[in-house]
Design a protein around this ligand. Structure first.
Ligand SMILES: Cc1cc2nc3c(=O)[nH]c(=O)nc-3n(C[C@H](O)[C@H](O)[C@H](O)COP(=O)(O)OP(=O)(O)OC[C@H]3O[C@@H](n4cnc5c(N)ncnc54)[C@H](O)[C@@H]3O)c2cc1C
Length: 255
């Protein structure tokens, strides 16, 4: 959870989120321990250019020299290639499952209904209301079935389910990385692209990062404490967009 962004709209939206999550801190497991972002020389220059806007929009952020990084996080002891760092204390980590439950409960209280295992497979916006053609699987989908469905090949014959229709005055699309397919069905221009993110859990019993929030190294790999482990994640910037559900395994995260 961070407001350390570069466009005013993202910073303002995420500042509002931080203020909200501070109010429901325990319910969503908000560990507000900051983002420590390490940069090489070029990226540090760009990060410095973003500071005035971030600060103007009320997002506290400080700069650190490599020696200060090591003093603050002694576990970071290889400082080669680090030109500088930023630390934003208001950012932090949220438990995604608690967060989902939090929103679900709030929405239920406000009268929302959830239709689990249901997928919109067609839209009709020609009439006075919006009609959605939906497919609901009888059971949780297999991984293969889910991949087939979410990459537009449909549920396939192997998955038992039923088609039903919904209608509404208006709809809001919140389909994340799958928005291109919904926009295609609607004949609207697409602005989004799916990018694969790979993550791994490191079982390291000698290093405890529980006192820190998110750390992003100069390569863009990020890592943070996750229960008894360390979670690391990365999206190679040169990988073409697309739906890839496979994991490249340990060689992807060299030591
Ligand atoms: C591995 C990984 C790690 C991440 N780590 C972080 C992090 O540490 N911090 C952070 O802030 N962000 C992180 N993100 C990004 C964050 O998860 C996303 O930005 C966020 O979940 C987007 O929320 P959303 O509601 O827009 O979309 P999503 O959470 O993707 O929700 C979209 C929903 O729409 C549903 N859907 C799609 N098409 C249809 C359809 N046709 N019919 C019915 N339902 C449909 C999908 O099933 C899905 O449930 C991470 C992402 C990944 C992949």
């Amino acid at each position: 959870m961070r407001a350390t962004w570069w466009q005013a709209i993202n910073i303002a939206l995420c500042r509002a989120s931080i203020e909200y999550y501070q109010r429901v801190r325990d319910e969503v497991g908000f560990r507000q321990k900051g983002y420590l972002w390490l940069y090489d020389a070029d990226a540090y220059q760009r990060a410095l250019e973003h500071l005035p806007l971030q600060r103007k929009l009320g997002h506290p952020i400080e700069t650190l020299t490599p020696a200060e990084v090591n003093r603050r996080v002694p576990e970071i002891d290889k400082l080669d290639g680090i030109a500088g760092a930023t630390f934003s204390p208001d950012d932090g980590l949220i438990n995604p499952n608690l967060l989902k439950e939090h929103y679900r409960h709030r929405a239920l209280k406000l009268g929302a209904q959830f239709l689990d295992r249901s997928y919109v497979v067609g839209f009709d916006v020609g009439g006075p209301d919006v009609r959605l053609e939906c497919w609901q699987s009888d059971e949780a989908l297999t991984d293969e079935g889910l991949v087939r469905l979410m990459t537009q090949d449909g549920p396939g014959e192997a998955e038992p389910g039923r088609i039903f229709e919904l209608s509404a005055d208006s709809i809001v699309l919140t389909s994340g990385a799958w928005t291109p397919s919904a926009l295609k069905m609607l004949g609207l221009r697409n602005y989004t692209e799916p990018i694969r993110r790979q993550i791994c859990l490191v079982d390291n019993r000698t290093t405890n990062l529980a006192n820190y929030g998110m750390i992003v190294d100069t390569s863009g790999v990020y890592f943070h404490n996750e229960g008894a482990h360390i979670l690391a994640g990365y999206s190679p910037p040169d990988e073409p967009p697309g739906y890839h559900f496979n994991y490249d395994g340990e060689p992807f995260f060299p030591k």
